[in-house]
Design a protein around this ligand. Structure first.
Ligand SMILES: Cc1cc2nc3c(=O)[nH]c(=O)nc-3n(C[C@H](O)[C@H](O)[C@H](O)COP(=O)(O)OP(=O)(O)OC[C@H]3O[C@@H](n4cnc5c(N)ncnc54)[C@H](O)[C@@H]3O)c2cc1C
Length: 466
């Protein structure tokens, strides 16, 4: 496979993002797979999915041999580069989960996600990982009438599911501004179910924690194929009773998996640490993560060292689901993110943007995450988290551990277990459809800003695009 996942000329792993640069780590790669080997469970991919799975297996069954093979280095992918929202957001709405399963199943999935936020923080502490976590919740601003209408509709919808104020609540303009001092605040929704984290500290810490418990991690070992009973790599064959695919946005790199999940890029900018007088105006005193109710998602957090990290979608989908190091950067998107940040917080104008980065997340054809294990073949998988994988991967890891160990638990009965999404369309239909959808959402947001009215086009397209 070689080049596609890799780095730009002269770039090192440390240069991938703010998070990679600020993790106390020298990024020396672990040894590659030294030829053919046997193990009990082979995990492909050392992001959150692969490492949570390996860690929970090792915690539950210390004698089990668990081996992880990673194309680059642990945390190379989305897990090291994300916005650091450890949230209870599940990449499928309650309604769509209920349609496929049941109302009770959808609520169980929702409860499992809420619990998983605390589980991430609890296990990180137990394993001695300092992920710079602060559970301040999420505030999603409404900064126009259409956004305010969507905020109210979201809370009404939650109530129709029996979810109360402890789950999500509406804030008026004064309450919202007291949390987050942005411009044109009309109100907000607030949920307590989110922690701001430093993702690279978490993912690197998970790799070390798994190793301390006997898991073997081989880096710079790209797998070319996953087959029943074995993983094929350039360095040798890893034979195992169970093989887990944990490759998310990069899944196309595996033989026969080209149309399983598409890689869509999300990009991030980070400011220098901002002085106390700026934070006195912005707020986020409990390090609440923040967003607003526009269609094309934006997300932000106040870091432990007082930077603003701010990201959004909007980068194009690349023909053929191609992944290239150069796609991590898109000057037009970085510029648009900076303009949006200054529009939200004029007081950050003049403060330096020190980091620009990006990465690929994975999306299934029906925009629904899934986890599962085929008992007949021993092949397991988890992924398709869209932009909500930080917490969902933990639920996936625990669930895969239960499935591998043959345990029938509350987790293995959740509706997303065993769900199969159909393959994406061949090109050029895929490229045309996805980019048309992304453009429609961006255009809809601009139209709403201009007219102050709901964009009909974006309203139709955004549920299709998650
Ligand atoms: C910019 C950005 C911002 C995001 N923000 C958030 C957020 O704030 N909150 C949230 O919940 N989610 C967010 N996400 C999504 C979240 O980061 C992911 O859903 C999650 O990290 C997925 O974890 P993973 O382990 O499944 O995949 P990854 O972290 O991508 O790991 C997959 C690993 O597999 C390796 N690999 C791939 N192919 C092979 C192969 N053939 N052989 C061996 N190894 C291979 C890769 O190198 C990689 O290390 C964001 C994503 C991005 C890109």
């Amino acid at each position: 496979m070689g080049c596609p996942l890799s780095l730009r000329p002269g770039q090192t792993y440390r240069d991938l993002s703010l998070w990679h640069e600020t993790v106390p780590d020298d990024w020396t790669p672990r040894a590659a797979l030294p030829g053919d080997r046997d193990t009990d469970v082979a995990v492909v991919g050392a992001g959150f999915t692969g490492l949570w799975t390996a860690l929970y297996l090792a915690r539950a069954e210390p004698t089990l041999r668990v081996t992880v093979v990673e194309a680059e280095t642990a945390g190379f992918g989305a897990s090291g580069r994300n916005g650091g929202w450890c949230s209870a957001l599940f990449p499928a709405s309650l309604d769509s989960v209920a349609t496929r399963a049941s109302r009770a199943g959808a609520l169980a999935q929702h409860r499992a996600m809420r619990d998983s936020v605390d589980e991430v923080l609890r296990v990180a502490t137990e394993e001695g990982i300092d992920a710079h976590a602060a559970k301040g919740g999420t505030i999603s601003l409404a900064r126009s009438e259409p956004q305010w209408a969507r905020a109210r509709a979201e809370v009404e919808h939650a109530r129709s599911w029996g979810l109360g104020e402890d789950d999500v609540r509406l804030l008026d303009a004064a309450e919202a501004s007291a949390v987050l001092g942005a411009t044109r605040v009309r109100g907000a929704t607030y949920t307590p179910d989110c922690a701001a984290i430093h993702p690279a500290r978490l993912v690197r810490g998970l790799a070390e924690a798994a190793e301390r418990r006997g898991v073997i991690v081989h880096e710079r070992t790209p797998a070319t194929a996953i087959e029943p009973g074995r993983v094929v790599t350039h360095h040798g064959i890893l034979r195992a009773e169970h093989v887990i695919r944990a490759t998310e946005g990069y899944t196309r790199s595996l033989a026969g998996e080209r149309r399983r999940l598409i890689p869509v890029y999300s990009l991030i900018i980070a400011t220098e640490p901002l002085p106390p007088e700026v934070w006195d105006q912005i707020g986020l005193r409990r390090r609440e993560t923040f967003s607003d109710h526009r269609h094309l998602i934006i997300y932000g957090q106040r870091t432990a060292d007082d930077r603003l990290v701010f990201g959004g979608r909007g980068a194009p989908y690349h023909f053929g689901s191609r992944i290239r190091p150069k796609y991590d950067r898109d000057d037009a998107v970085f510029q648009a993110l900076h303009e949006t940040l200054v529009d939200l917080f004029p007081m950050v104008r003049g403060h330096r943007v020190t980091h620009r980065s990006g990465g690929a997340l994975g999306i299934a054809r029906d925009w629904t995450a899934s986890v599962g294990l085929d008992r007949a073949t021993g092949l397991g998988w988890a992924g398709g988290y869209v932009g909500d994988g930080v917490t969902t991967t933990n639920l996936a890891g625990r669930t895969l551990a239960d499935l591998v160990l043959g345990r029938d638990t509350d987790l293995t009965r959740l509706p997303w277990v065993g769900h199969r999404s159909r393959s994406w369309e061949p090109e050029p239909i895929r490229w045309l459809g996805i980019n048309a959808g992304l453009h429609a959402m961006a255009w809809g947001d601009a139209e709403e800003r201009r007219t102050g009215r709901q964009s009909l086009l974006a309203r139709v397209v955004s549920p299709l695009l998650g």
